[in-house]
Design a protein around this ligand. Structure first.
Ligand SMILES: Cc1ncc(COP(=O)(O)O)c(C=O)c1O
Length: 416
């Protein structure tokens, strides 16, 4: 066993680097006893809205809160159907259910892992029917209105939003972006002829600031971004027990506020986010050139021309995923699987009636994907070592069929 371990995620180093600034945030909160709401929350909300090019940002308790509140505030009602993808973290569908709706799925595009707009079109045209008088779309099987779609910008890459927004316009669906893994990612809209920030394209978007995210707090936190002032106002009420002013409750809400310490911490880190994202993109492109040597034995992430991803995760596909994960574990390299079971195959969603084969692209991905270490502080030397072990494994697999000469990765290891 090699001793210099490479963790899947290093959360210690960035916090050590920013320790003084982060401790100052905590000291300020103690000195002012400003723990809930107040200037630290408002300042962060303003800065994050600016970062996302949106008019509003509302800080909430988590990404799950953000999704749930965005759906409710956008008008999703109990009994509605909301469409998303089967390969996402369960919070996406939990939020749909908690808004009173039922999640339904369309499969992903095999190369981008995000919602396949062609399949969304087919779902709306084939599995749904438009009511001639109201113009509303109903799912034929369950006889309920389909009112929203949640594209997930998975692994830090934007979903293909132009065709999704076109379909949403045609079928009167609200679009709520799940941007929980994609802080700072961009999408080139052919309709508008310019790059747009993730979180600025739908009626509203949800971000998670869970510690391991590209922008993460030191605890739980999330936010909704939106250009719709009414939605922002409703979310401000929903996060705070439905009150528009203290003890005047217009509706029943939730306890879903962003606390001031997290807001202050996020504000400090936000200043570094663009640089951290650039560094992730650099790591991804280095992985891409090394692992490209695997001669097709491994599927690497694809960045379409319309996407500028922020590589929250770097996900490869290999047939013998378990073998590769085991081998990397033996040499001290941490990996992850995001996610091993598609949501339609989870016990929690048995009642939806889906089974094996219903969403083949998501199922295939679930059985072969492996996330390699990816974070701004990953050094060149660490990447070289990871790449060499991956290529050695791929070679060994190939040579168990045909004899091939092992190859060395030729890398410019001048960093770290
Ligand atoms: C795609 C996606 N959606 C939603 C969430 C939920 O965010 P949180 O954990 O902050 O509630 C996450 C977090 O892991 C996520 O990755």
């Amino acid at each position: 066993m090699e001793t210099n371990r490479i963790p899947f995620l290093d959360l210690v180093t960035p916090h050590q680097e920013l320790k003084d600034e982060l401790v100052a945030v905590f000291a300020h909160a103690l000195d002012t006893a400003g723990f809930i709401g107040g200037p630290m929350v408002e300042d962060f909300e303003r800065s994050f809205a600016k970062f996302c090019n949106t008019q509003n940002c509302v800080g909430v308790g988590s990404g799950t809160d953000a999704l749930r509140f965005a759906l409710i505030a956008a008008g999703v009602k109990p009994g509605d159907v909301v469409v998303t993808v089967p390969n996402t973290f369960i919070a996406t569908t939990e939020a749909i259910t908690q808004a009173g709706a039922t999640p339904d799925f369309v499969d992903i595009d095999e190369s981008t892992y995000t919602m396949d707009p062609g399949r969304l079109r087919k779902y709306l045209q084939t599995d749904c029917v438009v009511d001639g008088t109201t113009g509303r779309v109903f799912n034929k099987m369950v006889g309920r209105p389909v009112t929203a779609v949640v594209p997930v910008h998975l692994y830090g890459q934007a979903a293909d939003m132009d065709p999704i927004l076109d379909l949403a316009g045609r079928f009167d669906l609200r679009v709520i972006e799940d941007a929980c893994q994609a802080h700072g990612a961009e999408y080139f809209s052919k309709r508008l002829g310019r790059w747009l920030k993730v979180g600025s394209m739908g009626r509203a978007a949800a971000f998670s600031f869970y510690p391991g995210k590209n922008l993460g707090g030191c605890g739980e936190a999330g936010a909704v971004t939106t250009n719709d002032g009414d939605i922002a106002r409703r979310i401000r009420m929903l996060r705070d027990h439905g009150q528009s002013q203290k003890y005047f409750h217009d509706i029943e809400g939730y306890n879903g506020r962003l606390d001031s310490i997290q807001a202050g911490i996020l504000h400090v880190k936000l200043r570094h986010l663009a640089r951290w994202n650039e560094r992730r993109r650099e790591c991804a492109s280095r992985y891409q050139s090394f692992l490209g040597l695997a001669d097709g034995a491994m599927k690497l992430p694809i960045e379409p021309s319309w996407s500028k991803g922020v590589f929250h995760l770097y996900v490869v596909q290999v047939k013998n995923r378990e073998g590769l994960q085991k081998r990397l574990g033996e040499v001290g390299i941490g990996t992850g699987i995001h996610y091993p079971v598609s949501l339609h195959m989870q016990k929690a969603y048995r009642h939806l009636g889906y089974g094996e084969g219903d969403f083949p692209e998501a199922e295939k991905a679930a059985s072969q994907i492996l996330s390699l270490p990816m974070y701004p502080g990953l050094t060149y030397a660490q990447q070289d070592r990871i790449a060499q072990h991956v290529l050695d494994f791929v070679d060994a697999e190939a040579s168990s069929r045909v004899l091939v000469a092992p190859r060395a990765v030729s890398l410019n290891s001048h960093r770290g």
